[in-house]
Write a protein that binds this ligand. Sequence first.
Ligand SMILES: Nc1ncnc2c1ncn2[C@@H]1O[C@H](COP(=O)(O)OP(=O)(O)OP(=O)(O)O)[C@@H](O)[C@H]1O
Ligand SMILES: [Mg+2]
Length: 399
Amino acid sequence: MTENYQTDLDRYKKLLEISRDLAGTIELDALLNRITLAAKEITDSEAASILLYDPYEKKMFFQNATNMDPLLQGIQVPMDSIAGWILQHRRPVILDDASQDERHFGSVSKKVNVHTRSLLGVPLISKGEVIGVLESINKRDGKYSPGDEELMLVLGAQAAVAIENSRLFYQSDHIYEFVHELRTPLAAITTATYLLMRSEIGAAQGQKIISNINTETKRLSELATSFLDLARLQSGRTRYQKSSFEIAPLLEECKFSLQPKALEAKVEILIKAKKNLPPIIADRDKIKQVIINLVSNAIKYNRENGKVTIEVTLDKDLWKFQVTDNGLGIPKAAIPNLFKKFYRVGGTEQKISGTGLGLSICKEIVQGHGGAVEIESRVNVGTKFRFTIPLPNNEPKDE
Ligand SMILES: Nc1ncnc2c1ncn2[C@@H]1O[C@H](COP(=O)(O)OP(=O)(O)OP(=O)(O)O)[C@@H](O)[C@H]1O
Ligand SMILES: [Mg+2]
């Protein structure tokens, strides 16, 4: 009895320590790492995981685990799984043998090489909304007890609040910036329509104004798309759907989709990649987005008869990508600002259209894969953008 009391007290102390820690963590990935680690420790389990619910898509996704396999992050978990049941019923579940339960979603355990025996899952509820599920699996010694359930419920409640806080923190910043950026194109459209309404405007002038409206609405739409992308990336709502794929066809695809732009700008795109590279593990669409962004910049900020080279190598445990152009170059003083939202180098922004979000998106995606971005540039000589993607096991962990 005394011994039990002592361990319970220890576990509550630990929980108190964790709650302080959670309240002070704002970055979502770091937060999720802490929550799963805490769940594993306080319930003395082999592993723990978090699944988050996306209310817009009405789907649930595997988000983080103490033994996270990169191929698992972002996989969708069906609603008729155990976690789906917890989410919909908003009730905790204790199972002594989860693999025997008809709701068991085998795909996750197969991929993590963890055979799920016992399971304790609780809903994550913040302000009355269920935002996900926290699960501990395989109690080391015996079965999960009502005491474990109680601890997980307390941890779950604190985790849910911390997750919501982290999301709100990033959102508030975004809304302000977005509204600010909307003003310029909106003002241009308002002025144009005002001019159009005046009777003395001739047909030719009218056409020109309409074409301006068209450009500005396109810009608004691009801004909205890019902004949403970036906001999702920064708030941690983006799920990297990692798979194993060949890099050469991806480079060809990027070249193919940018070829019309390149032809128009009279710029040539070259690909340099060794023949026998092994497949890479990453989110294919997102890596494509990064390459497209960089190559599209290299075309846009180039000159007639310019060249753009895309190179990929695998150097020990690091994939190295490089996009080189011999275009306008970037002044040294501007380089530290390139990854700031909406930043565009003075002088080019009038002539060449863009939102100034492309590079911020690239950086988020690369960092989301545990890699880094680097720039080297000389005005009137050209620019080299490099980024790395580490092999999955070598991703730096948070702390
Ligand atoms: N290869 C490059 N050569 C010269 N300048 C570049 C190059 N890439 C980017 N820049 C400069 O960096 C700025 C920011 O690039 P970024 O891709 O973030 O935005 P953008 O191209 O202006 O807009 P978007 O990519 O959202 O359409 C650009 O406006 C441009 O001034
Ligand atoms: Mg760009």
